[in-house]
Design a protein around this ligand. Structure first.
Ligand SMILES: Cc1ncc(COP(=O)(O)O)c(C=O)c1O
Length: 403
């Protein structure tokens, strides 16, 4: 029986998250007994070979056994805040424990930051294409997200002229995702300095530096944005999900770099929001702390596995007629261009047809930017080479069949 419907708020009914939206038809196919090759989700734990390091798991379990199951302080466990400040210092700026706010992942940090800063009519200037929450969340606070262009034929570099032309006083947050999801591009120091040069002219604007993939930089050119800024305020975002391979723990943080002392009000707003939502998970924070305080040489082995798999993807994509790709410099993504005219204008249909006919799941590029992502699809290079090869065989077969 279906009764008269209680209205839903448009802020919820309008929200989309492409990466998980395509999972709905895939789950249906699975329930019918089909096996799906999943190249869609940026979760290393969903694939074999990149488990959460044992010493971190041990610390989490030990925390539970030791009775560390209570609420933690709202801004994070002090020892974790100190360890994270030391880690940010290592990246080149004078962070203190008080600058670190621990959240339930970067995702919660974003919600809190947007809630603390954005009002009706404000803008967020974010890269196109971008990780979807940068578009989805600001609208909840009456703000809009405007995209600046990443250059599709030039390694997805920042289009600085486009950024300049779109900046005005209503832009409160200028976002850099570095390395980028979905493109896998890495902005270097000179691009970051040019970005800061632009932001410097807008005193109400701060930079959001999403550096959650910084430990997966294969160019050797990654630098933290905060380490480059002597004046412009920067909120650095990072966490346990990607580089420490524990996304299900839901722990991340924001670090406030405030060299000009202009963030006192914003900081107060953020702290109020954090207190109102109590705290992040206590045992998960202790698991993260163990990762920060132990030897991290294991990270190199993990990263080289990702690089090997990235190379398999690049070789295969470049050998398939109808596809093109820029080499990726970081993270575990690749944003593949559909040059085949049949699909170039309908990446969503490509994804759905590929799923139904060949049981390969990727994410449509327009889900990362309606304009700047269309005609592309995103893959993750996390599956093992034999799965990747199988997936590319199927993609090739699919393209040939529809030519
Ligand atoms: C750029 C970027 N930021 C943040 C996140 C989510 O981070 P967390 O798991 O800490 O919420 C993701 C996840 O895919 C991401 O790609």
């Amino acid at each position: 029986m279906t009764g008269e419907q209680i209205p839903v708020a448009p802020r919820a009914s309008n929200i989309e998250y492409a990466i998980r939206d395509v999972v709905v038809p895939a789950t249906k196919l699975e329930s019918e007994g089909h096996t799906i090759l999943k190249l869609n989700i940026g979760d290393p734990i969903a694939y074999p070979g990149l488990p959460t390091p044992e010493h971190m798991v041990e610390a989490y379990v030990q925390a539970l056994r030791d009775g560390n199951n209570g609420y933690s302080p709202s801004y994070g466990i002090p020892s974790l805040r100190s360890a994270l400040a030391r880690d940010e210092q290592r990246k080149g700026w004078a962070a203190t424990a008080e600058d670190i706010y621990v959240c339930h992942g970067v995702t919660e940090a974003l919600q809190i930051l947007f809630a603390a800063v954005l009002c009706d009519g404000d803008k967020v200037l974010a890269p196109g294409p971008h990780y979807p929450p940068y578009m989805a969340y600001p609208q909840m606070y009456g703000a809009t997200t405007v995209e600046y262009r990443l250059k599709p034929d030039d390694g997805w570099k920042l289009d600085l002229e486009d950024i300049k032309s779109k900046m005005d006083d209503s832009v409160r947050l200028l976002v850099l995702i570095n390395p980028n999801n979905p493109c896998g591009s890495v902005a270097n120091e000179s691009e970051i300095k040019a970005l800061l040069e632009i932001a410097r002219n807008y005193p109400k604007c701060m930079i959001v530096a999403d550096e959650i993939y910084d430990g997966l930089d294969f160019t050797g050119e990654h630098v933290s944005v905060a380490s480059c800024s002597n004046d412009v305020p920067v909120v650095s975002l990072n966490g346990v999900s990607k580089v420490y391979y524990a996304p299900g723990w839901r722990i991340g943080y924001m670090a406030l770099h405030d060299p000009s002392g202009c963030l006192h009000l914003v900081r107060d707003g953020i702290e109020r929001m954090l207190r109102a939502r109590l705290c992040a998970s206590t045992p998960a924070q202790l698991g993260y702390l163990a990762g920060l305080e132990s030897d991290r040489s294991w990270m190199k082995d993990y990263a080289s596995k990702v690089v090997q798999q990235r190379d398999v993807c690049i070789d295969r994509i470049r050998s398939i007629e109808g596809l093109e790709v820029q080499s990726s410099g970081g993270a575990f993504y690749m944003f593949v261009k559909l040059t085949d005219p049949k699909w170039a204008n309908d990446d969503k249909q490509f994804v759905l047809d590929l799923l139904h006919e060949e049981h390969v799941l990727v994410v449509h590029g327009s889900g990362f930017s309606p304009e700047l992502g269309k005609g592309h699809f995103r893959i993750v290079c996390l599956p093992e080479p034999d799965v990747l090869n199988d997936a590319f065989d199927r993609i090739e077969r699919f393209l040939i069949r529809h030519r």
